[in-house]
Design a protein around this ligand. Sequence first.
Ligand code: LLP
Length: 426
Amino acid sequence: MDHFNYRDGVLYGEEVPLSTIAEAFGTPCYVYSKATLTRHFRAYTEALGSHPHLICYAVKANSNLAVLGLLARLGAGFDIVSVGELERVLAAGGDPAKVVFSGVAKQEGEMARALEVGIKCFNVESRPELERLDAVAGRLGKVAPVSLRVNPDVDAGTHPYISTGLKDNKFGIPVDEALEVYELAARLPNVRVTGLDCHIGSQLTELAPFLDALDRLLLLLETLRQRGIEVEHLDLGGGLGVPYRDEQPPAPFDYATALLERLSGWEGSEGLTLLFEPGRSIAANAGVLLTRVEFLKPGETKNFAIVDAAMNDLIRPALYQAWQAILPVDTRHPRPSDTYDVVGPVCETGDFLGKERTLAIAPGDLLAVRSAGAYGFVMASNYNSRPRPAEVMVDGDRSHLVRRRERLDELWSGEALLPDDTGSEG
Ligand code: LLP
């Protein structure tokens, strides 16, 4: 459930008509709902109840400071994959002691900064990374808390680009090699084993792969225990899917309940803190991309609705053939209905936001691309020298500009002309 609904034929974000936001801030523009973000975050914490847990929101899904600040105030921890994300979390008032650091190639400087601010845990993805972390921590006179990300080799049944828990993915340590790497971690002087983690993929719509992964992790925990290695937390990553169209993914409540039930048979489970790294299930349906129809271009085989947002603003349809609902913002005026490919101004045939959509629209109308709160703005680029869109957060009947539209001069602000003496004579 989210807070983007029609009232008397007009699409609102909470109490604000989306047309008012377009008037005030222009298009294209991302609009997020504070109430929806809050609701989605709380669905996790409420389901986990009194079981020790920490919800580490995956910053990559939407890293706007207002989103991070809101979640920090709700008590969230954060899953980061770069020092840039770490600095964002700190700038937003997040608690470094609740940060876990994922990613396959953490650089020495990134490790050092994370050690300096005292993050909760490094999710280590390989033996050489563990050795690098031990060396960096040693140089700084610190002990790095580590969890090994294991690859449980389960099929998440999702799009191949966002499936991460199979043997032939680049992520994690194969489950049958994990024991050896844990034993190394236990011997290294500057790291301390605190956890075990996995992340098997994104946009999962079934519980079974999560439960299979949990079973494999529990088997490994058993073996570790026999070798005298105990962990404090188990991190199951992110990955819970959302309804984009007609998918029916389990709700966070059902997901957490099923995991707790499976875990309850395991000796010592009460003391095992559960960590999750949800991104999409918190942010996706808490945001829309607002765009305006520039032209309607009827064709012999296809009609195009050319809008002012493009693949550089929202790349998911072009990159993953992802389907996201596209809705007219104001349905009060009668319009002829037709089938359109909704495309942007970028010079690529792959530049589309949706194909074969039935819409009753006219030039100048506003459209909202739904489910755009996760992997939307964060994946935006300046391709075709297009400034990145504005971001707005609605809160009840108020709307706040949480990132202004990029200015044209910012597009080349880090660039330089060649010095004069290089000449152009050749
Ligand atoms: N933890 C780790 C280690 C991850 O790699 C990811 C996502 C997450 C957590 C959060 O997963 P979520 O709960 O959002 O599914 N750009 C793609 C999604 C890429 C996901 C990458 N990893 C998309 O637009 O569908």
